[in-house]
Write a protein that binds this ligand. Structure first.
Ligand SMILES: [Zn+2]
Ligand SMILES: [Zn+2]
Length: 234
């Protein structure tokens, strides 16, 4: 997968999240964000492979696991994720391969979307399709999050603004195409800038305004709880 993306990401999952990912203990919507970030990020791929190896060594000291437990092999978490959606979608049959057509249904066929997110969009996007969140901003829910958590693709038109909102709980957001910035404010300081492959965690309590770049922006995000829209200041 290396070499697909010219610039390595600037924003990475915090260490505790990467450790939980390698241990296979993240919930599916979070694991999906990390696994897809790894497709863009050689540094996190290396760290995660090392962590999975260390985890494998620690597990070797425990009593033997049942015979069908997969061995830790560096791709363990990604394979588990991919096999999970395959099981969910196809009742024992081999699922149809994910092609550009599977994404055309959602108007995403022009994008380079790495695995496992690509398969997740094709297999778990809700049939009701895109919903409008704000002027120029739409969301496509993925049916993998336990309410009140939300997993969704965000599509933002060039220069569109996600109005000021507060996160009551954690957000993980991964840029798939284009970029977004946080408007400078008392809350965010100079404001962050996030490009393709960047994975950011915003903690509960974060208040910010998000602006899409000149080419627009497509992201995957996981919200532990839905955001609260704040009134514009008078
Ligand atoms: Zn990384
Ligand atoms: Zn936000």
């Amino acid at each position: 997968m290396s070499g697909l993306y010219h610039q390595p990401p600037a924003h990475h999952p915090p260490e505790d999240i990467l450790v939980s990912y390698a241990a296979g203990s993240l919930r599916e919507p979070e694991a999906l964000a990390v696994a897809t970030h790894l497709a863009y990020c050689p540094a996190c791929r290396r760290d995660s492979a090392l962590l999975e190896e260390v985890g494998g060594v620690l597990l070797a000291d425990l009593p033997p696991a049942p015979a069908d437990t997969p061995a830790a092999d560096g791709d363990g978490v990604l394979e588990t994720l991919l096999s999970r959606i395959d099981e969910g979608s196809a009742e024992g049959a081999t699922p149809a391969p994910v092609t550009a057509n599977s994404l055309a249904e959602w108007g995403l066929e022009g994008l380079t979307i790495p695995e496992p997110l690509r398969s997740y969009i094709a297999r778990t996007a809700v049939r009701t399709g895109w919903i409008t969140l704000a002027d120029g901003i739409e969301a496509l829910r993925l049916d993998i999050a336990q309410p009140p958590a939300v997993a969704e693709i965000l599509r933002m038109r060039p220069g569109s603004v996600l109005p000021t909102h507060r996160h009551p709980d954690q957000e993980l957001i991964l840029v798939i195409q284009g970029r977004f910035t946080e408007e400078a404010s008392a809350w965010t300081g100079p404001g962050g800038r996030f490009s393709e492959g960047d994975l950011s965690e915003f903690d509960g309590g974060t208040i910010h305004t998000v602006v899409a770049g000149d080419d627009g922006c497509v992201c995957y995000r996981m919200l532990a709880q839905p955001v609260e829209r704040l009134e514009a200041e008078a």
